[in-house]
Design a protein around this ligand. Structure first.
Ligand code: FAD
Ligand code: DHB
Length: 389
C-alpha cells in the first residue's frame, strides 16, 4: 500500500488532520488500533476554542457542530460561597463552544467513511520505519496479515501511550513532566445543567467543575485522591460531595439523577521536545498532556494539526519545506503557553495535600485579585478562549 501521509491514531488529532488533507487532495491513511465504537465511547473534552471550530469548518465537517453546539460567552469561578464571572466576550470579543469530543470524533468518522479505506480500525502492532530516510513506511497487522504502508511522511497522533514518540531516540528527546497528587472523578448524567455557564469551584473540600453537553446532559467533576476507584463513588456520594463544593444557591438548584458514565483521570503536565524527528511529526497527546483545568487538551491537539496541515500543504503545493521544518518550533511555542495556563488554573483551584496555611492565603489572594482586577481577568479570558495560532 502507498499513501502520502500515514497517520498513526484515529483520535481527534489523526482524524482531523486526515480530513483537512483530504480537502486539499492530499492522500492519507489513518491506522487506529481500537474499533470506531470504542473510540466514540470515550467521554472526554467538551469545550472548543474558535481555532478548533474554524478547523472543523475548513475541513467541511462543521454542519452538525454549528447547529447543535452552544456558545459560551463566559464562565463562573467560585470559592466557598463567593463567586464571580469572567466575561470572555466582553474581555476578548470572542467565546468558546460546548460540543463534546465524542461528537467531534463521530462527525470526523462519518466524513471519512465516504472515502473507503482512509481509516483502518482494529489494527495491531503498528510500527513506523526508516523515519530518517526519504522513504519511510509503517507496518501493521490487520485480520492476521502484516501490511506495509509506504508514505512520504508519518503523523504520530497516537496519544500519550502510543508508539510514535518512542521512535525519537532517547538521546535526542527531552521530556518535561509534572504529576499532580490527585485525579478528577467525572460523571455524565441526563439531567439539566445546574447553571447556564460552567462553574469552576475552589472549595475547602477540593475542586469541582460543573459542565454540560446540552440542555439535558450534564458533565460534572470533583477532585479526588489518586487511589480512588469509580466503584468507591456511589451516585449518592458523588452528588453529596459536589453540592458541598459549589456555592449554596447552585447546590439548591442541582438536579441529580443516575450517572450514565463515571471515570477517574489522573492529572499530568507533560511535553516532549522536539515534536519532529526526520519524517515523523507528533501531534496532540502523543507529544504533550495538560491537566484538564482550563480545557486545553483537545484544543492544543488542534493547534498542532493546524501547523502540520499547513506545513504539508506548503510542501505538496509549493514544494516548500519551510512549514514542516518549523513545525516543532511553532507548535511548541503555543503548547508551552497552554501548559502554563493549565498548570496555573490547576494550582489556583485545587487543594494540594501539602498546602500550608501560607499557600492557602496566597491562593485566596490570587482569586480575590482575579475577582477585582480586569487586567487579570483578561489574561485568563485570552488564554481560555485560545491564543492565536
Ligand atoms: P487520543 O484521543 O488519545 O487519540 C489517540 C488515538 O490513537 C486513540 O484512538 C488510540 O486508540 C490510538 N492509538 C494509540 N496507540 C496506538 C497504536 N500503537 N496504534 C494505533 N493506534 C493507536 N481534555 C479536555 O480538554 N477536557 C477534558 O475533560 C478531558 N478529559 C480527558 C479524560 C481522559 C481520561 C483523557 C485520557 C484525556 C482527557 N482530555 C481532556 C484530553 C483530550 O481528550 C485529549 O487531549 C485528546 O483526546 C487528544 O486527542 P489525540 O487525538 O491527540 O489523542
Ligand atoms: C470540560 C472539561 C474540562 O476539563 C474543562 O475545563 C471544561 C469542561 C467538560 O468535559 O465539559
Amino acid at each position: 500500500m502507498r499513501t502520502q501521509v500515514a497517520i498513526i491514531g484515529g483520535g481527534p488529532s489523526g482524524l482531523l488532520l486526515s480530513q483537512l488533507l483530504h480537502t486539499k487532495g492530499i492522500a492519507s491513511v489513518v491506522l487506529e488500533r481500537r474499533s470506531r465504537d470504542y473510540v466514540l465511547s470515550r467521554i472526554r473534552a467538551g469545550i472548543l476554542e474558535t481555532g478548533f471550530v474554524n478547523l472543523m469548518r475548513e475541513a467541511g465537517v462543521a454542519e452538525r457542530m454549528d447547529r447543535e453546539s452552544y456558545v459560551h460567552d463566559g464562565t463562573v469561578i467560585s470559592y466557598g460561597n463567593e463567586e464571580f464571572e469572567i466575561d470572555f466576550k466582553a474581555l476578548t470579543g470572542t467565546s468558546v463552544i460546548v460540543y463534546g469530543q465524542t461528537e467531534v470524533t463521530r462527525d470526523l468518522y462519518d466524513a471519512a467513511e465516504a472515502d473507503e479505506g482512509r481509516v483502518i480500525t482494529e489494527v495491531s502492532g503498528v510500527m513506523p520505519h526508516d523515519l530518517e530516510t526519504d522513504a519511510p513506511y509503517v507496518t501493521f497487522m490487520k485480520d492476521g496479515k502484516v501490511i506495509r504502508l509506504d508514505c512520504d511522511y508519518v503523523a504520530g497522533c497516537d496519544g500519550f501511550h502510543g508508539v510514535s514518540r518512542q521512535q525519537i531516540p532517547e538521546d535526542k528527546r527531552r521530556e518535561f513532566e509534572k504529576t499532580y497528587p490527585f485525579g478528577w472523578l467525572g460523571v455524565l448524567s441526563e439531567t439539566p445543567p445546574v447553571h447556564d455557564e460552567l462553574i469552576y469551584a475552589n472549595s475547602e473540600r477540593g475542586f469541582a467543575l460543573c459542565s454540560m453537553r446540552h440542555a439535558n446532559l450534564s458533565r460534572y467533576y470533583v477532585q479526588c485522591p489518586l487511589a480512588d476507584k469509580p466503584e468507591d463513588w456511589s451516585d449518592e456520594r458523588f452528588w453529596q460531595e459536589l453540592k458541598r463544593r459549589i456555592p449554596a444557591h447552585h447546590a439548591e438548584n442541582l438536579v441529580t439523577g443516575p450517572s450514565i458514565e463515571k471515570s477517574i483521570a489522573p492529572l499530568r503536565s507533560f511535553v516532549c521536545e522536539p515534536m519532529r524527528w526526520g519524517r515523523l511529526f507528533l501531534c496532540g497527546d502523543a507529544a504533550h498532556i495538560v491537566p484538564p483545568t482550563g480545557a486545553k487538551g483537545l484544543n492544543t491537539a488542534a493547534s498542532d494539526v493546524h501547523y502540520l496541515y499547513h506545513g504539508l500543504v506548503q510542501f505538496y503545493e509549493e514544494k516548500d519545506n519551510e512549514g514542516l521544518d518549523r513545525y516543532s518550533e511553532k507548535a511548541l511555542a503555543r503548547i508551552w503557553k497552554a501548559e502554563r495556563f493549565s498548570w496555573w488554573m490547576t494550582t489556583l483551584l485545587h487543594r494540594f495535600p501539602d498546602q500550608t496555611d501560607f499557600d492557602l492565603r496566597i491562593q485566596r489572594a490570587d482569586l480575590e485579585f482575579l475577582r477585582s482586577n480586569e487586567a487579570a481577568q483578561r489574561v485568563l479570558a485570552e488564554n481560555y478562549v485560545g491564543l492565536p495560532y
